[in-house]
Every structure is written in C-alpha cells, then in structure tokens.
Design a protein around this ligand. Structure first.
Ligand code: AMP
Length: 282
C-alpha cells in the first residue's frame, strides 16, 4: 500500500490508474480508524479496482473551541488497518498542502445545512463540502463511500454532487456499532469509563423511539421528549438536539406520515459531543 502526502504525486498515480481504465473508490476520513471506517474501505475494495483512503483532520470543519488540536491521530496504526481492509493508497496531506497560503475557495450547500449539526456547529459543513470537493477533484473516484452515522453529512454531499454535476456515485453504508449499541467514533476515545457506559443510552433511546412509532405514535413532540428524558437519566449527559426530520429536505416534522423519517441526536458526555441517528420507515 502506498502512503502519499503530496498532491502532485497523488495526481500522477491517479492519472496512471485512469489511463489503465481502472475504477477508483474513495473513502475520506479524519483517521484514527475503527471498524466503521474499515467497513467503508472493505466495500470500496469489493466494488473498485483501486481504493484510496484519505486521512486528514480538516481544520476547516472544526469551530473555535472545538477539538481540532486534541483530535486523536495515529497514522502508523491507520496505515496498517487500511491496508488490511483493502486500501491501495492512503493520502494524508498536511494542512498547508490542502490550504496553501492565499487559499480562498469554499463550497456551501444551503438549506440542508441549516438544522441539526449545521445549527450547533456553524461553518462545519462548509469545511466538509470544501475538503470533500477537493478530494473528489484530486482522486476523481467512480464511487465515494460515507457512513450513515453522519447522516446529515451524507445528505449534504449527495446534494453537492447533484448540484455541481460531479461525475461519481455516493455510497452510504450502515453505522457500525459496539455490542451495547454505541456507534463507533474516533471521539469515543475521549470518554471516561463511566461516560462510555452511559453513552449507550443514545442508541437505546433511538430504538425506544422506533418502537413507539411502530406502536402507532405519530406526534414527534412526544417522541422527542421521551428520547431527551431517557438520555438525561445518564448522570454525565447533556442534550444538544433531538430532531425528527423529513428525509428529503431534513426539515423538522411535527407528524410522522407514511414513508421514511430520520431521528437524529447529538448529546454531550462530559466534554465529548456524540451524534447518532436512525431511519424509521412507516
Ligand atoms: P470521520 O473520520 O469521523 O470523519 O469519518 C469518516 C467516514 O467514516 C464518514 O463517512 C463517517 O460517516 C464514517 N463513519 C464514522 N463512524 C462510522 C460508523 N460507526 N459506522 C459507519 N461509518 C462510520
């Protein structure tokens, strides 16, 4: 497996693969890889001739006071894991390589980025869409792989690809979880043992909401209140948002109608902000 840090070398390698007619899969990540990331890499390896994983803690998508500096990094272990999952190349540029001095171009998807994490983390999605657009231009993948864990991110990137007529398919794959239901996340490393135990309440509350809906509840206010109540039973928990939104435009809904809706939660355990979601079909 190749480890590439410079844009010029990446471009040369990609050009050669394209000339050979190979299909390319891309898995963008911020590293500190876990089974969630690896499931995307395995899928990319199964569906493409050449797989590029990117590892870049993108400063543009972190707000002031967020965890950019503390974000866990372990490139050596990541390269081993990526190789075992079928990656052919890891692209891990420096911040200067991606945003040289004088950098001035940003991509913004409107509306879909207004609620949920967009409301709690102003500027976050501009950072995400800008870095992902740059990676798409550099790697020119046939397919790019993202996790359902970051549901709003996936919706926003699908919209960017559609609106900018980008020539690739976005593949969204299921959230990989710990045995107690907690969604895998590089940020889980921040949790103390007590917080880690409590954090399982997020998924538990989402599953309770799902069964409430299956039993016939259609008013989202009651469902959201129950989720909040369940999460707040945990001693270290603070709720950032609990939303039930339409799957087309991510706007909040008051009544669940036929079709699919997304229940999304962001909660803090100590200083650690975790997100999770489920799609519910009625
Ligand atoms: P990150 O490194 O956190 O930016 O995540 C990189 C990619 O991995 C994104 O597409 C995430 O949605 C995806 N991902 C993160 N955690 C999980 C998980 N638990 N299951 C599936 N995909 C995940």
């Amino acid at each position: 497996m190749l480890l590439v840090t410079e844009i010029a070398s990446l471009k040369n390698i990609i050009k050669a693969k394209k000339q050979k007619g190979l299909t390319i899969g891309l898995v963008p990540t911020m590293g500190f890889l876990h089974e969630g990331h690896l499931s995307l890499m395995r899928a990319a390896a199964a569906e493409n001739d050449f797989v590029v994983g990117s590892i870049f803690v993108n400063p543009l998508q972190f707000g002031i006071g967020e965890d950019y500096e503390e974000y866990p990094r372990d490139l050596e272990n990541d390269t081993k894991l990526a190789k075992s999952a079928g990656c052919d190349l890891i692209f891990s540029p420096t911040v200067k390589e991606m945003y040289p001095s004088g950098y001035a171009t940003f991509i913004q998807v409107e509306r879909l980025t207004e609620g949920l994490c967009g409301a709690s983390r102003p500027g976050h999605f501009v950072g995400v869409t800008t870095v992902v657009a740059k990676l798409f231009n550099l790697v020119r993948p046939n397919r790019a792989y993202f996790g359902q864990k970051d549901a709003q991110q996936a919706f926003v990137l699908i919209k960017m690809v559609e609106d900018l007529n980008m020539n690739l398919d976005i593949v969204v794959l299921p959230t990989v979880r710990e045995p107690d239901g907690l969604a895998l996340s590089s940020r889980n490393k921040y949790l103390t043992p007590g917080q880690r135990k409590e954090a399982a309440v997020i998924y538990k509350s989402l599953k309770e909401a799902e069964s409430q809906i299956k039993k016939g509840e259609r008013k989202t206010k009651a469902i959201r209140e129950n989720i909040t109540k369940s999460i707040l039973l945990a001693k270290h928990a603070e709720v950032d948002y609990v939303e039930i939104v339409d799957c087309q435009d991510l706007s909040p809904i008051s009544t669940i109608n036929k079709g699919r809706c997304l229940i999304a939660v962001a909660a803090k355990f100590g200083k650690t902000r975790l997100i999770d979601n489920i799609l519910v079909e009625v």
